[in-house]
Design a protein around this ligand. Structure first.
Ligand SMILES: [Fe+2]
Length: 253
């Protein structure tokens, strides 16, 4: 499996607290069957974490990658960021302050949970105009999606990649995100499931339990698409055509 959304790089945000915890998290992910993992620290949360690309981030990534080669050899590490929605995202990318997922065309973007759908569409379109493909992080956690989950269909038609969280599928964020995640899964409105793993002791960076849940309810082909094929395509910067959501009725959109 490939996990495109984790807070496994230490000391930057509300994710891993230390180098040792990062190694432990990588070990947990590897034991759970994750072969590739993208480290996506929060980049620009207003009044919160500011992690614009710099030598500290690059240095910690290289240090962790070297250690993982020795202690967790079955997992491959890649770098990305989780970028908070703002109108200056194209500028942040152009200046190298924010980076895409493994330097591909795909950018992981998050919003305030109470954001309006109009603003979400506007910000995502602005990113697309700059030639970047937005990957929308955990829409099932946003109020407007919980109220009107079918709106995600419009996002997909507009070319947005939809990533939901392992924890939502397992009911770890409560009933509303779980109901929204179930709706999106049932109606084939999900491209990718990621862990959004934060720490070794909470919101673990693992996928196998959510994979089992999706496989049980929707079958192996669908689970493989969401946990393996589509995230792998992101990692390899493959054409979005490979990311088509396959409707259960045999149609695609
Ligand atoms: Fe996240």
């Amino acid at each position: 499996m490939t996990d495109i959304h984790t807070h496994t790089l230490y000391g930057l945000d509300d994710g891993s607290e230390s180098f040792e915890m990062s190694l432990k998290m990588l070990s947990m992910a590897s034991k759970g069957g994750t072969k590739n993992i993208i480290l996506t620290p929060h980049c620009n949360i207003p009044g919160g974490y500011l992690n614009y690309m710099n030598s500290t981030i690059a240095g910690r990534f290289e240090k962790l990658k070297d250690a993982a080669k020795e202690f967790v050899p079955d997992i491959n590490l890649y770098l990305g960021m989780e970028v908070y929605a703002s109108n200056d995202i194209p500028e942040l990318i152009r200046r190298g302050m924010a980076i895409t997922l493994n330097r591909s065309r795909y950018l992981l973007v998050e919003f305030n949970f109470e954001e309006s759908p109009l603003y979400v569409f506007k910000v995502l379109q602005n990113i697309q105009k700059a030639g970047i493909v937005p990957v929308l992080a955990h829409p099932e956690r946003y109020a407007f999606v919980q109220q009107e989950p079918y709106i995600v269909h419009d996002l997909i038609r507009a070319g947005i990649i939809i990533q939901i969280n392992r924890g939502s599928i397992l009911g770890k964020f409560g009933s509303q995100p779980k109901a929204a995640a179930d709706y999106l899964l049932k109606h084939s409105m999900v491209h990718i499931v990621a862990s959004d793993g934060h720490r070794s002791y909470s919101r673990a960076p693992i996928l196998y339990d959510a994979y089992a849940e999706v496989e049980k309810h929707y079958g192996k082909e669908y689970a493989d698409m969401l946990f393996k094929k589509n995230p792998q395509n992101i990692l390899l910067d493959k054409d979005p055509a490979f990311l088509k959501v396959k409707l259960r009725h045999g149609k695609e959109f």
